[in-house]
Ligand binder design. Structure first.
Ligand code: ATP
Ligand code: MG
Length: 415
């Protein structure tokens, strides 16, 4: 049915959305401690931004973007990732002119036209962090540590961190040459995309989901063996900081990451073989988008993937459910009085609810149970006439009669 939701997108219903809120709360909380501030950029941008910022030879730009023309015939694209927008905002709002670094995070939906499957959607959500304006290797380690702290505080265990260095343009120049020579004999047998990547960006071939099983591709020389001394030192220092944080990692010399703009440090966090998060340094990108020569590093976590990992590991999330107090009314007058009583309880800071359907006492008590009410206030027309109400403590079963004028206070005391 055309009025049903499109393929690859989800409704987040009450009952599930609390898990999302927990993840978002944890992200915000960890960022606050790392003194990383939130940035909110638009959901759509000029298509050109992603072509330049993500890279023409990436899967995202080659085949995954939701691009459309608006009524002014501009080409716009729903953001497929967050980094390009954050860097654009950094440049456009001249944040580079302030004292550096600029540390920012975002949480929000991203859009990619992919084949939907478990953990892969067309609208999905990312929590991402970007630190601009500093190139110190300790910042690379700090950004990785932020991500690891986030996973730990979600309650996840056994997260594998893989790191690599994809070098600076100087290192890549030498490596690309070597790689082309290595791949030349099989060039014609590679997929169409990779044949065109061969000239434009041969490193992308190493990340191709079709060709990475090709024996020659799989046995390509390592980027790590072609790093300049400067890149080598940077990588060694990142690893040494990670060691000093007690963060375990595996060097994966095969990791190239999907985006064209990465330089030096690249990393991924995995859980049960699935990638939760990817990130890296992107020192050329600010300049690429019209800003000064300023470095940057960041990562993005897929929130849906984090939820799957939490489920895999059977992590019990600290989610508040239910109500503090439920009002049970017997009789017409009492029922009217609960309307205002409810408002009084809520403005006093309590989580309060009542029955709206004129149900029987038994049905109302059932509803209170279903909502896990800690207290139930029972008000009948007779009690109302005497200016009192009963408070039942649902845990002990104990019931007391209190003056209506003191009701809010008494309920509060009992919580
Ligand atoms: P993959 O190789 O799995 O396609 P990617 O390199 O495209 O990943 P990134 O662009 O680095 O992924 O995005 C960072 C994270 O966002 C991923 O590690 C993943 O957790 C999540 N992610 C990416 N695409 C999707 C999607 N279509 N649906 C859900 N989550 C996604
Ligand atoms: Mg992808």
């Amino acid at each position: 049915m055309l009025t049903n939701r499109p393929r690859g997108v989800n409704d987040l219903l009450p009952g599930d959305v609390e898990r999302w809120q927990f993840i978002e709360r944890t992200a915000r909380d960890v960022c606050r401690r790392f003194n990383v501030a939130e940035i909110r950029t638009p959901i759509f941008e000029h298509t050109e931004l992603f072509k330049r910022g993500v890279g023409e030879t990436t899967d995202i730009v080659e085949k995954e973007m939701y691009t459309f023309q608006d009524r002014g015939e501009r080409s716009l694209t729903l953001r497929p990732e967050g980094t390009a927008s954050v860097v654009r905002a950094f440049v456009e709002n001249k944040l580079y002119a302030q004292p550096q670094p600029t540390k920012m995070y975002y949480i929000g939906p991203m859009f990619r036209y992919e084949r939907p499957q478990a953990g892969r959607y067309r609208q999905f959500h990312q929590f991402g962090v970007e630190v601009l304006g500093v190139n110190d290797p300790s910042v690379d380690a700090e950004v990785i540590a932020l991500a690891m702290t986030f996973f730990t505080e979600l309650g996840l265990k056994d997260i594998t961190l893989e790191i690599n260095s994809v070098g600076s343009p100087a290192s890549r120049e030498a490596y690309r040459h070597v790689l082309r020579e290595h791949l030349a004999p099989v060039k014609d047998t590679l997929c169409k995309d990779c044949q065109s990547r061969f000239d434009r960006n041969p490193m992308r071939i190493l990340d191709c989901k079709v060709d990475r099983d090709n024996e020659i591709v799989a046995n390509s020389p390592y980027m790590l063996d072609y790093l300049t001394d400067e890149d080598k030192t940077h990588f060694e220092q990142v690893k040494s900081y990670l060691d000093s944080f007690g963060i375990r990692y595996v060097v994966n010399p095969r990791m190239v990451r999907g985006l064209d703009y990465y330089t030096q440090t690249a990393f991924e966090f995995m859980e049960s073989g699935s990638t939760l998060s990817g990130g890296g340094r992107y020192n050329g990108m600010v300049e690429q988008l019209g800003g000064p020569d300023q470095p940057g590093i960041g990562f993005a976590v897929g929130i849906e993937r984090a939820l799957i990992a939490l489920q895999n590991q059977d992590v019990q999330l600290p989610i508040e459910k239910g109500v503090d107090v439920f009002l049970v009314a017997l009789g017409e007058e009492a029922s009217k009085r609960t309307v205002t009583l409810l408002q009084e309880l809520r403005t006093a800071g309590l989580v309060a609810d009542k029955d709206y359907l004129g149900k029987s006492m038994k049905a109302q008590m059932k509803a209170a149970d279903r909502l896990n009410a800690k207290q139930v206030v029972i008000l009948g027309d007779d009690e109302l006439a005497q200016g009192v109400a009963n408070i039942k403590d649902m845990e002990s079963g104990e019931q007391v009669s209190v003056p209506l004028s003191e009701l809010v206070q008494k309920v509060q005391q009992k919580l």
